[in-house]
Design a protein around this ligand. Structure first.
Ligand code: NDP
Length: 321
């Protein structure tokens, strides 16, 4: 049995608790939170204060870190890796090299293993871009996101004066994907790849036309996109938009001999982004435990991990199947 601790209990932490129930070779020791355990409602797991984590060192094989990328993980992953094998889903792409270096140092100095930036992007999408680019060196790679909720864009809508609540979906333009797959060569702008659809609840007496204008012209968020704005009631928002779907496509179109066209497509359609991301973290936790047993200490990303380490099935059976 691989003994797991969940550190941080938000959407992702809840997803890990659920994913562990589908993995018979893993056992949840408990959830460790910075908040008062009485305030953390799990699906049944025991909750401890984070300060108690170290005392349970002998009882935990891997900590799955479920904090946020903005401020939690840059501090928590290197600190917790000093005492534990860890997994995180750090997704601030530009800062991954710096995060990797910090965690690698902690892991090597303390003989632990950490696999950072798992999840789907970064994570499975990174892996698929690498496979596709290595196999088809002559070609183009495209990544499309959605349909899915963008947390950052939803927050930007909620900050507008007169907006009571809002959610934003990023939607890939399927007609563009089909043209690329058919071999059409295209130089794509931001506007060509995705459109943005907003569902907005207004405060009483808010000016609908002025708010719509403010949304579609908002720099860095909406001005470079085709943006559709719907005004709906608070009840409709709650009823129709509470799920956290996401997904996307990594597409590589290339040619081999002369003009022989080849297309590689990897597609995810997720009803729950956090539950799926959590399932990826749990599979990589298995790899983490195995690397630790082999004393391969240090930090890793998904690009470093052989696929067989993810599987609960033994090597000989995998070869046979
Ligand atoms: P949340 O905001 O739900 O949770 C983050 C942390 O906030 C938790 O670990 C928890 O820590 C704390 N928290 C949660 N709920 C509350 C609350 N009610 N009051 C106070 N604190 C709370 O984030 P998510 O779980 O949705 O996402 C975590 C990270 O996962 C994201 O930042 C993103 O970087 C990453 N991610 C990566 C993906 C990938 O493909 N690589 C895909 C999706 C997400 P504590 O219990 O200690 O208080």
């Amino acid at each position: 049995m691989i003994k797991i601790a969940i550190v941080g209990y938000g959407n992702l932490g809840r997803g890990v608790e659920r994913a562990l129930k589908q993995n018979a070779d893993m056992e949840l020791v408990g959830v460790f939170s910075r908040r008062d355990p009485a305030a953390v409602q799990t699906d049944g797991a025991s909750v401890y204060v984070l300060d108690e984590l170290e005392a349970q060192k002998e009882n935990i094989d891997v900590c799955i870190l479920c904090g946020g990328s903005a401020t939690d993980l840059p501090v928590q992953t290197p600190a917790i890796t000093k005492n534990f094998n860890t997994i995180d889903s750090f997704d601030t792409h530009a800062k991954i090299p710096e995060h990797f270096a910090n965690v690698d140092q902690a892991a090597k100095e303390n003989q632990t293993v950490s696999i950072i930036s798992t999840g789907w992007d970064p994570g499975l999408f990174s892996l698929n871009r690498l496979y596709a680019q290595s196999i088809l060196p002559e070609g183009e790679t495209y990544t499309f996101w959605g349909k899915g909720v963008s947390q950052g864009h939803s927050d930007a809508l909620r900050r507008i004066d007169g907006v009571a609540d809002a959610i934003q979906y990023t939607i890939p333009k399927s007609e563009v994907i089909e043209k690329l797959k058919a071999g059409e060569k295209m130089t794509l702008t931001t506007r060509d790849k995705h459109l943005r659809e907003c569902f907005v609840v207004l405060e009483e007496n808010a000016d609908e036309a002025a708010i719509k204008e403010e949304i579609v012209t908002m720099p860095n968020y909406f001005d470079e996109y085709d943006t559709i704005v719907h005004f709906i009631s608070a009840e409709e928002l709650k009823r129709d938009h509470h799920a956290m779907p996401h997904g996307g496509t990594v597409l590589r179109t290339g040619t081999t001999h002369e003009n022989t066209k080849q297309v590689i497509e990897y597609n995810l359609q997720l009803e729950s982004n956090p539950e799926f991301t959590a399932s990826v973290l749990v599979a990589y936790a298995r790899a983490c435990a195995r690397l630790a047993a082999e004393k391969q200490f240090g930090a890793f990303t998904v690009l470093d991990i052989a696929p067989k380490y993810l599987s609960p099935v033994d090597d000989a059976t995998l070869r046979k199947e």
